[in-house]
Design a protein around this ligand. Structure first.
Ligand code: ADP
Ligand code: ZN
Length: 521
């Protein structure tokens, strides 16, 4: 408790953290299954700090991503924890310094973060042998342990080879942590690491007191948000998540000036002092609204947040879960409302494809994650809770247990089935009739399809295209839904093309894989 307060600045444990920490400190193998944002790191960081004792025992934390290692170790160093990192991109000087901390006779670091590749080097194994012999290894921690099964099979061979840890150092306890609850993954991880008498800590993913709702985002979204807060949550605290810093400031001001609501903005570009003040006022106040980018929320535990509103589409289901998860920590009912429009998808996609210094593989991963959110929002049929839990690897949630605490369960919508085959085919024809000659954007093609007389369309003679105006009877939102559906199911693809100014534009094509390059119909 003393270290929790003095080192981590926290006041109490969250559900299951203490169990995990106690088991670890008793020298047991521990498997921690907790949703993202649930507080897994503390489960190994606190024991590492406590068993540091006279500074002779090291916790080795194996983590897959160098960026993650950097973030974590920086945060720990700021707290005064003695951390050493070993990544593949380290300079020689850094590496030599780190190694001499491990081999020298002085104080050992409390935590060593390293990638599986690093752990598996001949040199590192030599060091581990020595530390083991002298009783200086506190435990091995496998963060993001699901990578053992998902990555080990594919391209990170070092993950598939971690079973030597138990064989070589049988007395060292192992802790595995993951947010992925798929039963087969759990079994795989357990077997692979050769865990024994393992204490299994599973914190439930379902948040029964959170009501999930997706609303259509229109041009009057701020008025809508204000009306919603006033009618449903007068004088209660909440968070509104926005995409950009400007939007945060703009919306907070609008809520104050036009609707007399007590709202403040928060984003990463503010000075530390301003951030601190905004956070403090919100944290301590009642009926305070904070309008923030996702930079807000880390490390904040306000129990009585009654609503979390997404003014903009979240980037991933993990993000959505984490952001909405800040509501209702006191277990009393709280609302999570997401405003959804197709326009926001395009904005995020553009941001992802234009982000600098990000490898293609990572961009694709981000696009895939976004696609999951889109599917979730588009679904007007299934219980939100079961969709989410399925995504996080718990497919057996019974929607009855939602107790009508999500829009889809509550609205009991009569799903109207409509055969869109003809319209879909027409749209694909339209796209195909243009792709040979020119690159056109999704929005432009939809406008052509719906028979727009915009200048750009007339100037390019797109009103002369044989499929021009075929979709004139379809409303814009429905047309967008159809196009997203065709994209999700791979009938259409968007390809990024860099223009002369260096910007990437996305153009729509009919997917070659499904038509083999020939006309599909
Ligand atoms: P995970 O690894 O499970 O995704 P983290 O360990 O990154 O989650 O923790 C998520 C956030 O929760 C962090 O900002 C952390 O500071 C905060 N947190 C963790 N435990 C506690 C606690 N007992 N009290 C308050 N905040 C906590
Ligand atoms: Zn439901």
């Amino acid at each position: 408790m003393r270290n929790l307060k003095s080192v981590f600045g926290l006041h109490r444990f969250r559900d299951h953290q203490l169990d995990a920490i106690n088991a670890a400190m008793a020298g047991k193998d521990v498997f921690v299954l907790m949703p993202t944002g649930g507080g897994k790191s503390l489960c190994y960081q606190l024991p590492a700090v406590c068993t540091g004792g006279k500074g002779r025992r090291v916790s080795f934390v194996v983590s897959p991503l160098v960026a993650l290692i950097k973030d974590q170790s920086k945060a720990l160093k700021d707290k005064g924890v003695d951390v050493v990192t070993l990544g593949s991109a380290d300079s020689d000087a850094h590496r030599t310094g780190a190694m001499s901390r491990l081999t020298g006779s002085g104080r050992k670091p409390q935590i060593v973060y390293l990638t599986p590749e690093k752990l598996n080097t001949h040199y590192m194994r030599g060091i581990l042998d020595k530390l083991y012999k002298d009783g200086h290894i506190a435990r091995f921690v496998m963060d993001e342990a699901h990578c053992i099964t998902s990555w080990g099979r594919n391209f990170r061979g070092s993950y598939a080879n971690l079973n030597w840890l138990r064989d070589t150092y049988p007395d060292v306890p192992i802790m595995a942590l993951t947010a992925t609850a798929k039963a087969e993954d759990i079994i795989n991880i357990h077997n692979h690491l050769k865990l024994r008498d393992c204490v299994f800590i599973k914190s439930p993913f379902n948040r029964p007191n959170l009501n999930y709702e997706i609303r259509q985002k229109g041009s009057k979204v701020v008025a809508d948000i204000a009306a919603y807060i006033k009618s449903t949550h007068p004088n209660e605290s909440g968070i509104i998540y926005c995409l950009s810093r400007n939007k945060c400031e703009e919306i907070a001001q609008e809520l104050r000036d036009n609707y007399a609501l007590s709202a403040r903005h928060f984003h990463a570009a503010m000075s530390d002092e301003d951030k601190h003040n905004a956070q403090k006022a919100w944290q301590e106040g009642e009926g305070e609204i904070i309008v923030a980018t996702i930079a807000f929320g880390m490390g904040i535990d306000k129990p009585d947040v009654r609503f979390v509103i997404h003014h903009h589409l979240p980037k991933s289901m993990e993000g959505y879960y984490q952001e909405t998860g800040r509501a209702g920590r006191d277990r009393l009912p709280a609302d999570c409302v997401l405003y959804f429009t197709y326009k926001d998808i395009a904005i995020l996609k553009k941001m992802i494809s234009e982000s600098e210094g990000v490898v293609e593989e990572e961009k694709q991963r981000q696009l895939d994650q976004l696609e999951e959110v889109v599917k979730f929002c588009q679904n007007k049929q299934h219980c939100r809770r079961s969709l989410m839990l399925r995504y996080f690897g718990q497919p057996d949630f019974d929607p009855k247990d939602c107790r009508k605490f999500c829009d889809n369960c509550r609205d009991n919508v009569h799903t109207v089935s409509e055969d869109m085959t003809v319209v879909a085919r027409d749209f694909l024809h339209l796209v195909q009739s243009t792709t040979e000659k020119e690159n056109l954007t999704k929005n432009h093609l939809q406008a052509v399809f719906r028979g727009s007389k915009a200048q750009k369309i007339l100037a390019n003679n797109h009103d002369k295209l044989p499929w021009y105006g075929r979709g004139k009877d379809i409303d814009g939102e429905k047309c967008a839904m159809l196009v997203e559906h065709l994209l999700t199911h791979g009938a259409l693809v968007e390809t990024g093309v860099k223009n002369s100014a260096g910007w990437t534009n996305s153009y729509m094509k009919v997917c070659v894989q499904i038509c083999g390059g020939r006309p599909i119909f």
